[in-house]
Design a protein around this ligand. Structure first.
Ligand SMILES: Cc1cc2nc3c(=O)[nH]c(=O)nc-3n(C[C@H](O)[C@H](O)[C@H](O)COP(=O)(O)O)c2cc1C
Length: 377
């Protein structure tokens, strides 16, 4: 690997983009931060725990995994948010965190259906927490037993789905597959070359603005872990633990301080990496809800989680670009431009992702593991 590739790999990509670009595997010191992906639920006799072992693999913002499950009442699961795992700068109203809960709920329901359980789900059973989440439950799920319905075909994609931040293959998205994706609730998209070019520029601009908004950029830097040891100790956030990253970290070239500092190689290369990623978008998909209630956000998360599994079933991968949809002041021009272009008749764009075929098979992102997410048994 020459120095150019080396630095490109290490660039980080708006901190996050390089996180999953290499398929090189390495054995981290200590616990395996990806253990949750190996045979989830094996050995669990409580069906709630078994299904939760799959639910925790859902896509979620910055991989913060803030879900906590209360299992005290037999046959019931109540989900709460761990408020130490929020994104106060880039997600000031917890909108993205709630979208993440929508994903977990979608996965949980899919797993329970797989195990023959009918369920009754109540979202925000004690009222919608606004403008910020509080200690009230996010959702309560009751298991009703004996489901007479076939398994959800998307369940088979749960273990293979990845968020792919790398460059995509030079291959057009199959039109029939794309039409299938657009039949999903709340989902729209485009493969039109002119619109795709415009969206590439807008998503990159959102990322560029974020990296030059110190508080927002710092929030990502603080949630980034570099090297196998650091990632094993923090199986959440953005993990840069390919061996090359560990080496660059040991050499002092790739550090959190450098990532946070404009002008350093780590900072500049990460933006270049994002530009390349945006430029290889083969299409875009977005999820819009009529309003921005907590229920809208949950629905958007369910839609995104299912969409990413459906994409996987067609061999496609996705990469959300949330910067331009965020609420902090410096994003307003991109936010407005995106809404004007993609939601001219109104509505809130909740997710926007590029789509394409992967160039490489990625390792899964770390997970904290079920034990860390049980509040009470
Ligand atoms: C609401 C939401 C927003 C997200 N925004 C971004 C984003 O802006 N950039 C990005 O690279 N990934 C984004 N992601 C993907 C997460 O970072 C990813 O799901 C998480 O790191 C776990 O990785 P995995 O999906 O491969 O399991 C987002 C996911 C969700 C649910």
């Amino acid at each position: 690997m020459d120095r150019r590739d080396f630095i490109r790999l290490v660039g980080g990509g708006g901190v996050a983009a390089a996180a999953t670009t290499a398929t090189v595997s390495c054995a981290p010191a200590g616990a395996d931060p990806r253990a949750a992906w190996n045979n989830p639920g094996a050995g669990e006799t409580d069906i709630r725990r078994k299904a939760l072992s799959f639910a925790i693999l859902a896509p979620n913002p910055h991989n913060m995994q803030p879900w906590m499950a209360d299992l005290r009442t037999p046959g019931e699961v109540t989900l709460y948010v761990d408020r130490t795992r929020l994104l106060p700068v880039t997600d000031p109203f917890n909108r993205q965190i709630v979208i993440g809960f929508g994903g977990v709920l979608a996965y949980f329901q899919m797993a329970l259906r797989q195990f023959g359980q009918a369920v009754e789900q109540t979202v925000f059973p004690d009222g919608e927490a606004r403008p910020l989440l509080d200690d009230r439950p996010i959702a309560r799920i009751r298991l009703l037993g004996d489901l007479q319905a076939p398994p959800d075909p998307l369940f088979t994609q749960l273990l293979s789905r990845r968020t792919d931040r790398g460059p995509y293959a030079d291959k057009a998205v199959d039109a029939a597959a794309f039409a299938n994706l657009l039949a999903s609730p709340n989902v729209q998209g485009t493969l039109d070359p002119g619109r795709v070019e415009r969206l590439k520029a807008l998503v990159y601009e959102g990322a560029r603005i974020e990296s030059h908004t110190p508080a927002a950029h710092q929030e990502s830097v603080e949630r980034t872990f570099i090297g196998a040891r650091d990632v094993a100790a923090h199986p959440w956030g953005i993990s840069l633990d390919q061996p090359v990253m560990s080496a660059m970290n040991a050499a002092g070239i790739l550090t959190k301080t450098r990532m946070a500092t404009p002008g350093t190689t780590a900072f500049n290369e990460s933006l270049k990496f994002l530009k390349t990623a945006a430029d290889t978008a083969r299409g875009f998909v977005w999820i819009t809800t009529p309003g921005d209630s907590r229920l809208d956000q949950i629905a958007a998360g369910e839609s995104y989680a299912r969409l990413s599994l459906l994409a996987a079933s067609h061999g496609l991968v996705m990469h959300p670009w949330s910067q331009g949809l965020q609420e902090y002041a410096t994003q307003k021009p991109v936010y407005d431009a995106l809404h004007k272009a993609l939601a001219p008749d109104g509505g809130r764009i909740q997710m926007l992702a590029r789509i394409g075929y992967p160039k490489a098979r990625l390792r899964p992102a770390p997970r904290r593991g079920l034990a860390a997410q049980i509040l009470r048994t």
